[in-house]
Design a protein around this ligand. Sequence first.
Ligand code: SAM
Ligand code: SF4
Length: 440
Amino acid sequence: MIDAAGRTIDYMRISITDRCNLRCRYCMPDGITQVAMSEILTYEEIKKICTLAEELGIRKIKITGGEPLVRKGCVDLIGMIKEIPGIIQVTMTTNGVLLKENLKALKDAGLDGINISLDTLDHEKYYKITGTDACDTVLEAVEASAESGIRTKVNSVLQDAGDRQEWRALVKLAEKLPVDVRFIELMPIGCGKRNTGVSNLELLDEIKKEYPDIRIDPEIHGNGPAVYYRIPGFEGSIGFISAMHGKFCNTCNRIRLTSTGDLKPCLCYGDIYPLKELLKSGTDDEIREQIKHAIVIYLTSSGKQAVADDCFTAFISSPSSVWYGLIFMLLTALIVYNGVEDGIERVSKFIMPVLLIMVIGIAIFSLTLKTTLDDGTVRTGLQGLKVYMKPDLTGITVGRFLQITLDAMSQLFFSLSVSMGIMITYGSYVKKDVDLNKAV
Ligand code: SAM
Ligand code: SF4
């Protein structure tokens, strides 16, 4: 399904529990308030949501938590989701502590990929980060997972506080094992707000000094925003998920389902679309409608969506339509003040240059935004333009449709008013020139 920003949403992350057997300092250092089991979605409810979401275009599922493997029957759930026709991939993110003993069952259930979180290979540091002495256990799980043939990735969040150099040992994991080692920038969400992360741009520079032959890997490795590199002679690749310095909101393809049944379109904003009650008393159509609403979110002109702080957003969300409208009205007033006929004459006289300026402006806008950054992230302005050219109106209410139309008109008025502004200024200048010549 395509959302209001033109992004294809085909991937759902499902947190099946809020509980965890570790206490990572950037995630849940004190343990979190545990929600009663009665509030947590049952596996049957999760399967139902997956089935309805599949009908709306969700094809890939990621099982996560908390720690998914601490919830009894997690393996069964994976088997249940794998049975849904149309779901082409089920993967899991785990801290790896309970992985080795579950590996065979997970493989038999059909799990397609495992992401294992491991921020350091140093025992003491691991203990400091997670509050548990399980470094060896997790490392063994990484090795066993890679050997099992399930596609394995290692996720590492580096923090400035003494863990910055951990990349050296972590990168070497990809030298001897066919695993992708991915560095995730610490996000200022939850307890992550209290910690300082490491920029992936700086990290890549450091890695390049050690491995000057590192090259961008054009192969697609998964569903997410990671950018991959290969080091000659290495079995696996090195990936970068640059949430803070890579700005990938414009290619985001996912929604999230919390363990209590709330659909969250974005991590940065609090919008939720609850499903729990609907699962109890609503019809399939009502549940499907709610999922649709979570996906086809209208991007308000105030930039409420998570695409904020991205060049993409700069175009579609800010400044707001109200400002565009005001500028348009101001310029219209100026034309009227100068005399409508004169104003219209000037505009029509210069209509060709106006169109030319608009076309060139849009072309420059699109081209300049299609830039490959140092870390390989591609940004493109066309993603933004797509919103107005090809909005998917499936499941959109009349109110939302009107909002989209209003926003599109505001964009149009804005372009026109800027062009008219240029023309009026130019026109006044020419007129002044003619008047002066007349005077002479
Ligand atoms: N317990 C599992 C695990 O640790 O893999 C699954 C859930 S955990 C929340 C999923 C991933 O989110 C882990 O790789 C973890 O390192 C990462 N994570 C947690 N808090 C984060 C933050 N503030 N910024 C970036 N990544 C974070
Ligand atoms: Fe648990 Fe994963 Fe959070 Fe660590 S990152 S506390 S393992 S949920």
